[in-house]
Design a protein around this ligand. Sequence first.
Ligand code: SF4
Length: 306
Amino acid sequence: MSGNRSQVIIQSKRPPLSSAAPVKVTTPSSVNYHFTRQCNYKCGFCFHTAITSFVLPIEEAKRGLRLLKEAGMKKINFSGGEPFLQQKGAFLGELVQYCKQELQLPSVSIVSNGSMIKEAWFQKYGEFVDILAISCDSFDEQTNQTIGRAQRGKSHVENLYKIQSWCKKYRVAFKINSVINTFNVHEDMTENITGLNPVRWKVFQCLLIEGENTGENSLREAEKFVITDQEFQDFLDRHQSIKCLVPESNQKMRFLDCRAGRKDPSKSILDVGVQEAIKFSGFDEKMFFKRGGKYVWSKADMKLSW
Ligand code: SF4
């Protein structure tokens, strides 16, 4: 379990000494939980490629979530890999229900490619989800196939529209994530994005991470997807009329869990506790806020007209 953390400074409980330094406690207010790295898509730039199929037993996953809640977590985001792959969404469903009902977290969100989601899942678990983000890089099916963000014989775009309508029906805030790369950088998505009307459209510049999607031991070779900063800026300029667009340039992204340019796992919170695990994770609080890590994240606060 890795997390985005905000940091607070508290005074030591011991009688204050004039020279005593404040004790720093880091609060994992917003956490990303990638419980699986397996996926049914093969996006050429993906850095969550499957190197293991291990998924924590559900009771252990819940224990970790409770530890994070006790340490101050307010927002949990489930992603992958593809989080709906595990037990056809039942594993994820049980976790979102636990986070909302038992832990009473203000914000429970999911990032998915959308290919495995059925209406029955919304009927059962929709009420426990604040935000569902679906990845879509293009409204041209051929481009999605070229990128790898698709399954043969299935329309990723049709599915996106279907999920948008279910989000509306079951009152889940709908979000879109797009990775801008060589194959979609010249596309104009204004009409489709405006029609889909997401609460946020997060637009990422394709990023290289050593050992994950580039380099000797990586499972992907993402170099051919990389675009320049200027190309990314041109894409943003073309879509400047879209008010919900939130850009994530490489400069903003690179801080997260990639110290020294690669993602190194920190210790497990289940073994060493939340505070000890955070020490090894390389969190940069200033960048978390600069990147827009804290925003309106409960559907109750979004003033949505369903
Ligand atoms: S859908 Fe997401 S997790 Fe799956 S291959 Fe594409 S980028 Fe990776």
